[in-house]
Write a protein that binds this ligand. Structure first.
Ligand code: GLP
Length: 240
């Protein structure tokens, strides 16, 4: 696991974006695994800036996202489908038909998970972007999710509901369930870029990088992956 410690969020975002941009430049047909949350927003802004200034093209790039809230349609402004358009896709020349997320409003969650798993089998991510929850979750794989899990329906923990409530008008509006790629789907990526910033993530970062490899800290599984780059600011790295 390679750990790059940066001065701040801006430098973290530039460094992480450069890794992804280089992958796309080397392989215009790259498959990008993408994440939501506030951590990758700056990374995505740098990718858009590079696309506009240097013409890096995403015309033939395909994407798969980690997760989606259950019950939110793609046009709901808190859905991850909406987030991805607003924070990345609308700023690139990507064909929206090449972008994939689990559908949170599918009538049958089990069927939707099966569909997404079958899709992921045909789409091995060249790079998977990740953030980390303060309890060490990746995607929405909460503590004690088995390492061999695939896309599944998740009951969100109180901790995650509270963390994510800042994006919603009230905590009551936060969906209680999500569909998430499993840990096995994440680990199939050829490479992984984890972006982390802030002191509230320091404990989770310690667990991921130096802690015991255990489902109690889902991100610790990344110690078993051969190509992981953690780009974190010095506050997130403060316990390393
Ligand atoms: C959510 C997402 C995760 C993300 C985490 C951290 O729970 N499902 O993929 O990593 O939040 O979010 P943030 O980057 O906003 O701290």
């Amino acid at each position: 696991m390679k750990v790059i410690v940066t001065e701040n969020y801006e430098e973290m975002s530039e460094k992480a974006a450069q890794i992804i941009i280089d992958i796309v430049k080397n392989n215009p047909n790259a498959i990008l695994g993408l994440a939501t949350g506030s951590s990758p927003v700056g990374t995505y802004q740098n990718m858009i800036k590079d696309h506009k200034e240097n013409g890096t093209s995403y015309k033939n790039v395909k994407t798969v996202n980690l997760d989606e809230y259950v019950g939110l349609t793609a046009d709901h402004d808190q859905s991850y489908a909406y987030f991805m358009r607003a924070n990345l896709f609308d700023g690139l020349d990507i064909d929206l038909k090449n972008t994939n997320l689990p559908c949170g409003s599918a009538p049958d969650a089990k069927k939707e998970c099966d569909r997404y798993n079958a899709l992921l089998e045909t789409m091995k991510q060249d790079v998977q972007v990740l953030g980390i929850g303060s309890n060490g979750h990746i995607g929405f794989n909460e503590p004690d999710t088995p390492f061999d899990s695939v896309t599944h329906l998740v009951d969100l923990t109180e901790n995650t509901i509270k963390d994510n409530s800042r994006m919603f008008a009230s905590i009551d509006d936060v969906p209680r369930q999500a569909l998430s790629m499993g840990i096995k789907n994440i680990m199939q990526a050829k490479s992984i870029v984890m972006v982390v910033s802030g002191k509230n993530k320091a404990k989770a970062v310690y667990g991921m990088v130096k802690g015991e490899i255990t489902p109690a800290c889902p991100a610790s599984v990344l110690q078993l992956h051969p190509f992981v780059t953690v780009v974190c600011d010095k506050e997130a790295a403060s316990l390393l």
